[in-house]
Structures are given as C-alpha cells and as structure tokens.
Design a protein around this ligand. Structure first.
Ligand SMILES: Cc1cc2nc3c(=O)[nH]c(=O)nc-3n(C[C@H](O)[C@H](O)[C@H](O)COP(=O)(O)O)c2cc1C
Length: 285
C-alpha cells in the first residue's frame, strides 16, 4: 500500500451493507454520507475487503458447475431465482452501465415457442426455467443520466460527471455508422502520438461492448444457481429471429444466450468435463 492511512479504521469496517435495489419510479432515498478514511489528509471512500472468505466453498461452486442437459421436474423457488438474478446483476459491467436484460419466460405458450426456437434441445425442453439474456445497446444515454442521478455519494466528482456526459456521444454510432467512422479516423490520428481508446464506435462494436458485460452477468447467474443447489445450461443454439419475434425485441436488443435452469437429473451431465492443458491458454510475457 503506497498511501498512508491516517485515521484508525472506522467502526463500520464490516462488509458494506448493500442498499436495497430501487423499484422503478420509487423516490430516491436521501444519499447517506459514505464510510470514509483519511488518506494523505484527504477523506477517501472506505470499503474494506472482507477477509473471512471461503475459497473451498467457491471452488466447489465453480468445479461442480456443469452444463446440464436434462433436468428433473422440480421447480426453482421464486426467491432462489430472484436471488440468482440479483447476484447476476452484480457482475462487473463496462462503465457501470448495466447493459443487460433478463426475460424469464413463464407463459406456457411462449415457453413452448422458446423451446422450439432452441431447436428443441433437451436442456431447454426439461428446464424448469428458461431465461433469455439480452444485451441492450440503446440505454447508454439514459443510464449515464441515471448514474449521475443515483451517484452513491453526496457529490458527483467533476471528472465522473464529465465522463457520463461524454459517453453517450462517444458510443453513438450515428446513421449507417457515420459518426463512428468520423470518430475512428480522428481517434486513429490521435493514436499515432498517444494511447487512445479505440472504441466502441460502430454498431457492431457497441453490440460487442454490451455483450461482454451481459456474458459476465450470465456467468454470475449460473454460478449463483449452482451455489443454491440448482443447475443450468447456457445455450446459444437458438434461432435468433424466432427469439426476437417471441420477445418483440428491436434492433437495440441482442439475445446473447438462453439459460435453461433447474434441478440436475441423475443423468443430466452427459460426459466428464474436458479442459485442455493450461499451457495452451496461460502465457507469461
Ligand atoms: C456461449 C455458450 C453457448 C452454449 N450453447 C450451448 C447450446 O446451445 N447447447 C448446449 O447443449 N450447450 C451449450 N453450451 C454449453 C457448452 O457446450 C459447455 O459449456 C462446454 O461443452 C463445456 O462443458 P461444461 O459447461 O460442462 O464445462 C454453451 C456454452 C456457452 C458458454
């Protein structure tokens, strides 16, 4: 640690209590002053890293997660699924902009259509729950504004304010990527003399931007299901056109995967897990 911590740790050094998730339209609670400590004489936000972690419990969740293709008929309790979705949405996300959406398909008719759109895969057919995970590219501006409104400290730092004011312009591809191409050319010129962010500018790049964070939320979702004793199968084997039609998704919404979830059947995992030797993937440079 290079910074000197001048004040003793405040009594509130226990893990931070998360504010309850706001319901849409609910009035904002007054902003509480955050826990702070003095670092080099300046008050700094203080959120200590809990030390009582259980790596073996985490390892068990990660190593016992398998893609399950056959589920029992046991339903997932609503509270469990809600908790898993809440944990999914704590995944890291680019600029904190939460570009995901989760459609829990409950209507029997829609579910039957979704199973069909998933090519009638057994994982979809037998799943107690089918969740379509969607990346949204069109909420950058509204969520940037919301971020400034919901900023969790009494004052928004000027740099943060500027950042969220600029992002909507930065991420707007414009008609037929026209803004994107101009921005790309200007930034490429700047990039000759200094490191610059190379995107996302085009529609495809913004889609990739939203897909990355959404996929991280999907991973949180399946790990949370496993931690609750349930299982899942991520599926990208679906007919995107049919899924779009079923959920009435516009071009601003990109279905990333369908997650089938439920209780693992005894013969729900079809073969042992295969991972190639780590030297193929891990490089020390
Ligand atoms: C993005 C993604 C898409 C996938 N799509 C399907 C799918 O459509 N159907 C399926 O049975 N499994 C699907 N899988 C599961 C993979 O086949 C599985 O993760 C892989 O074989 C490794 O097995 P494991 O998950 O048990 O470790 C998908 C996994 C990912 C990450």
């Amino acid at each position: 640690m290079t910074e000197s911590v001048e004040s003793p740790k405040p009594a509130a050094a226990a893990p931070r209590k998360r504010a309850p998730r706001k319901t849409a339209g609910a009035p904002s609670a007054p902003k509480q002053p955050p826990n702070t400590i003095l670092v080099d004489g300046k008050p700094r936000y203080f959120e200590p890293a809990p030390q009582d972690m259980d790596i073996e419990a985490f390892r068990k969740v990660v190593t016992s997660r398998r893609s399950v293709r056959k589920f029992t008929a046991k339903p997932i309790p609503k509270a469990v699924l809600d908790d898993c979705l809440d944990l999914a949405m704590l995944a890291p996300c680019s600029s904190g902009l939460q570009p995901w959406e989760f459609y829990i398909v409950r209507s029997a008719d829609k579910k039957a259509k979704l199973v069909k759109a998933c090519m009638s895969q057994l994982a979809a057919k037998t799943a107690a729950e089918l969740i379509v995970c969607v990346a949204r590219t069109d909420r950058v501006e509204s969520f940037s504004k919301q971020m400034l409104r919901d900023w969790p400290m009494p004052d928004v730092p000027p740099l943060v304010k500027r950042y969220y004011q600029l992002i909507p312009y930065y991420y707007a591809p414009g008609p037929l990527n026209s803004f994107a191409l101009v921005k790309k050319a200007a930034i490429a010129a700047g990039g000759l003399v200094a490191p610059v962010p190379r995107g996302p500018y085009t529609t495809a790049e913004v889609q990739l931007w939203a897909a990355k964070s959404t996929a991280l939320a999907c991973e949180n979702l399946v790990l949370a299901l496993r931690a609750h004793g349930y299982d899942s199968c991520m599926m990208e084997g679906f007919d995107e056109v049919r899924v779009r039609k079923l959920l009435k998704l516009g071009p601003e919404a990109l279905p990333i995967m369908v997650v089938g979830a439920g209780e693992r059947a005894d013969d729900g995992v079809f073969w042992p897990q295969v991972r190639f030797e780590r030297a193929l993937f891990v490089k020390e440079v």
